[in-house]
Write a protein that binds this ligand. Structure first.
Ligand SMILES: C[S@@+](CC[C@H](N)C(=O)[O-])C[C@H]1O[C@@H](n2cnc3c(N)ncnc32)[C@H](O)[C@@H]1O
Length: 314
């Protein structure tokens, strides 16, 4: 049963110009793989997700280290400008075994979602430049077509450092490029026949244009979620509404069908889908994050579309 969201709070940060009808959503506390095992075949029209990378940073042991602020894969990026940064998982510490597990995880993911999607359904999957190959190859092996990458242009403080403990000696050297983008893999389940046939029959196969004159593009500028958005949904991997709303809107070309986020965290994809009047289902295994999503989704959905949640529109 899809839930009709509650009415919007009335503060100036919530948009009174937004469509009166927010999209209905269902939140499920479950292991996504278990849920997908019993999902009806060809019942979902898109997936928009930011998966755990994986098996490592959301294990109880790593979450305990994150809470303590010491050790593990979570790192506070260096503070060059005196601002406090949120912890980020550090993928350079992954071992060969972690990489093999990650690849196996995405193979399992690709095989689990394939039958549940209708032909022509798109999958948008957040990744990062260091591990994206461990996601893309299993998706293609499972039968998905790679349709490109969406580049979320974002300034982070990751990378760009001089060699550790030898800054002075190598002051002209950067060990890795400073990261200025987040790649999102874009895949499609093959269409049944031509794209036009698939669009007519399944309502999928293409991406919704920004307008008649402007196609959907693979470069989107979106700063990290902050301010009110982060207060409403304090998940360590929160994605910004400004970005997600553009993605979910593109994912359902006729505004018709159901978007799944099998790893919803605090429910930012579901909030974005609801804000755009779209139907969605979010799954989360961790009870703390599931409860966070229950509270956050209706509030995220009601946030002004032109804002990051902090009053800025960058
Ligand atoms: C990267 S986070 C997503 C955060 C989300 N982008 C947000 O804005 O809040 C991935 C989430 O997947 C959840 N997760 C991990 N394994 C899962 C599984 N098997 N089934 C469902 N959720 C899972 C984790 O608890 C975590 O909250």
């Amino acid at each position: 049963m899809l839930i009709e969201p509650v009415s919007k709070p009335t503060t100036p940060l919530f948009d009174e110009r937004k469509p009166a009808k927010l999209g209905p959503f269902e939140l499920v506390r479950a292991d996504a793989f278990e849920w997908l095992r019993t999902a009806t075949q060809r019942s979902l029209h898109a997936i928009v997700t930011d998966p755990p990378y994986g098996l490592v940073e959301y294990t109880p042991a790593e979450l305990a280290k994150l809470k303590k602020g010491r050790g593990g894969v979570w790192r506070i990026p260096p503070s060059f400008d005196g601002c406090q940064r949120s912890p980020l998982p550090r993928f350079t510490v992954l071992t060969e075994e972690d990489r093999a597990n990650l690849r196996a995880f995405f193979q399992r993911f690709a095989e689990a979602v394939f039958p549940a999607l209708v032909p022509g359904a798109h999958v948008f999957i957040a990744t990062n430049p260091l591990v994206s190959y461990l996601v893309y190859e299993p998706m293609i092996t499972a039968g998905f077509e790679k349709r490109g990458e969406i580049i979320r242009r974002v300034f982070t403080l990751r990378g760009g450092d001089r060699p550790k403990n030898a800054h002075e000696e190598f002051h002209d050297i950067t060990v890795m490029p400073k990261s200025c983008y987040e790649p999102w893999g874009l895949f499609r389940k093959p269409c049944e026949g031509r794209v036009q046939d698939n669009l007519r029959k399944w309502k999928t196969g293409g991406l919704r244009r920004i307008s008649r004159d402007e196609p959907f593009k693979d470069l989107i500028e979106a700063s990290p979620a902050r301010g009110l958005e982060r207060e409403l949904a304090p998940h360590p991997s929160l994605k910004p509404q400004k970005f997600l709303r553009q993605i979910v809107r593109a994912a359902l070309p006729f505004n018709d069908g159901v978007i799944l986020d099998p790893f919803m965290g605090s429910g930012s994809t579901i909030g974005a889908a609801s804000a755009c009047g779209l139907r969605s289902i979010g799954i989360e295994i961790n009870v703390e994050y599931y409860r966070m999503a229950e509270k956050a989704v209706p509030l995220l959905a009601a946030l002004r579309t032109d804002m990051n949640g902090d009053g800025s529109s960058r």
